[in-house]
Design a protein around this ligand. Structure first.
Ligand SMILES: Cc1cc2nc3c(=O)[nH]c(=O)nc-3n(C[C@H](O)[C@H](O)[C@H](O)COP(=O)(O)OP(=O)(O)OC[C@H]3O[C@@H](n4cnc5c(N)ncnc54)[C@H](O)[C@@H]3O)c2cc1C
Length: 430
């Protein structure tokens, strides 16, 4: 550790906090990660199953995830990502359709023939059509309805890309979708780290500790001051700089009065998620991703993880997800009720699946997945360095217009760590 280096506290042990701490520890900065729960990994965290681990929420790596892949390289894990060509399906009005090729599109009967042709042509040209437009100030629905027509918007586009935002998808800046199409330009190839996301988290923790950093779990930050005072349940730490990776509403809850007055007053709504993980005795469709539209199911889509990872100890893992606000009735419904109803709905959509094929169902939730970005968010995005404080904000709201992902969190972590090493004590406080 460099003797002149600042002491840095990182609040949150998800990928962003761990990647920032890794970068700082490697530069000789004394760093302590404070994770509130008893597990690292945040939204990418995992749960024990038999003698292994499964992700609570489906996760995969895309070939375009350059920042994440570079980090995996540093950790000696790049070669450990297994890439696979994966397929996609659609369930519309209870009927299943493959959705992978021009031929699949031509046979996609939920859309009329002209709409299918229009969908194909516009999709090919879409990235080009967006150039030169102020997409940050354009509603997604205004942009896409105009180009694709009403039927394609309602039957395909909103279900394909909008599940994360629910009915608000149409209002989100079109720039978000533009970025997402860039990330997913090679959507058929996906990767998964050998040993799962736990292997990545374990490697990060080991690397941080090997460089002299400290990683603490079960250490929720209860109060945070702008001057670097970090209060835990039974001690108070003083840091030169604090990197906070919590979603903005969670940060607001722990900020002391002085800090709260300096936080951006954004009132940014966040979407949460309810997600059921099915352990099946047989494969479902073989498609990694299947949006489910107008089919009497409460979930918006299915991710058949085993299509990417292969079966796990003879079981096929399928996630059903519904993105929803943390105030919704569904978010507060009991796990057993959600598991029972979603199982019944899954069986109805897949008559070839018998109740005995469903070995176990687990329900997981997260209150804050992604902010529902308002129009013109680029100019309203809060700064990373909070003026007049020693705080750096590295939250999911700061990755916009990139899609929230491990890749965008690692990129943000690199940026924040570079700011700390360039200006160790931060701007002078007033
Ligand atoms: C259903 C779903 C599917 C996804 N699929 C993918 C995918 O396929 N690929 C991909 O790359 N990304 C995916 N993501 C997105 C990805 O998980 C997130 O973008 C990423 O994990 C965000 O990391 P983070 O560190 O910024 O935040 P978080 O993971 O939210 O980490 C914040 C951490 O702070 C901790 N914390 C909260 N309060 C306190 C406190 N007071 N004190 C201390 N610690 C606290 C939390 O416990 C948490 O560990 C998915 C997310 C979901 C929900």
């Amino acid at each position: 550790m460099r003797s002149d280096a600042p002491r840095v506290a990182v609040v949150g042990g998800g990928i962003c906090g761990l990647a920032a701490a890794h970068r700082l520890a490697r530069s000789g900065v004394p760093v302590t990660v404070l994770e509130g729960s008893d597990q690292l990994g945040g939204l990418g965290t995992f749960a024990p199953w038999r003698d292994t681990w499964v992700e609570r929420f489906y996760h995969c790596v895309m070939p375009s995830d350059e920042h994440l892949l570079a980090l995996l390289d540093e950790l000696g894990l790049h070669g450990a990502v297994r890439w696979r060509r994966t397929g996609m399906g659609m369930v519309v009005d209870g009927r299943r359709h493959p959705f992978n090729s021009a031929l699949d599109l031509l046979r996609f009967t939920p859309l009329g023939v002209l709409d299918r042709l229009r969908f194909g042509v516009v999709t090919l040209l879409l990235r080009r059509l967006g150039r030169g437009r102020d997409l940050d100030a354009t509603r997604t629905e205004d942009w896409l309805r105009g180009l694709y027509g009403d039927a394609a918007w309602e039957t395909l586009l909103a279900p394909l890309f909008g599940a994360k935002f629910g009915p608000s998808f149409g209002d989100v800046p079109a720039l978000y979708l533009w970025q997402r199409l860039g990330r997913e330009s090679n959507v058929s190839v996906r990767g998964y780290p050998a040993g799962g996301y736990k292997a990545v988290v374990d490697a990060l923790r080991a690397a941080i500790e090997a460089e002299g950093g400290v990683v603490r779990t079960g250490s929720p930050v209860l109060r945070l001051g702008g001057g670097g005072v970090v209060a835990l349940a039974d001690e108070v730490l003083r840091a030169d700089r604090v990197i906070c990776t919590l979603p903005l509403p969670a940060l607001r809850r722990i900020a002391d009065e002085e800090l709260a007055a300096r936080l951006p007053d954004l009132q940014l709504p966040y979407q949460g998620v309810v997600n059921a993980l099915f352990f099946l005795r047989r494969p479902l469709s073989g498609h990694y991703w299947t949006p489910v539209v107008r089919s009497g199911a409460d979930f918006d889509g299915l991710v058949e993880m085993s299509a990417l990872t292969g079966a796990l100890d003879g079981r096929h893992l399928v996630y059903a997800m519904r993105y929803t606000g943390r105030d919704s009735a569904l978010y507060h419904e009991g796990d057993e009720a959600v598991a029972a109803r979603w199982t019944e709905q899954l069986l109805r959509l897949h008559p070839d699946l018998a109740p005995a094929d469903v070995e176990e169902v687990r329900v997981y939730r997260a209150p804050f997945v992604e902010p529902v970005y308002p129009l013109g968010f680029l100019s309203r995005q809060p700064p990373v360095e909070l003026p007049g404080t020693s705080l750096l904000l590295a939250t999911t709201a700061h990755v916009y217009p990139a899609v929230t992902s491990w890749n965008s969190s690692v990129r943000l972590a690199n940026r924040v760590a570079a700011l700390v090493t360039a200006s160790p004590r931060g701007a002078p406080r007033p």
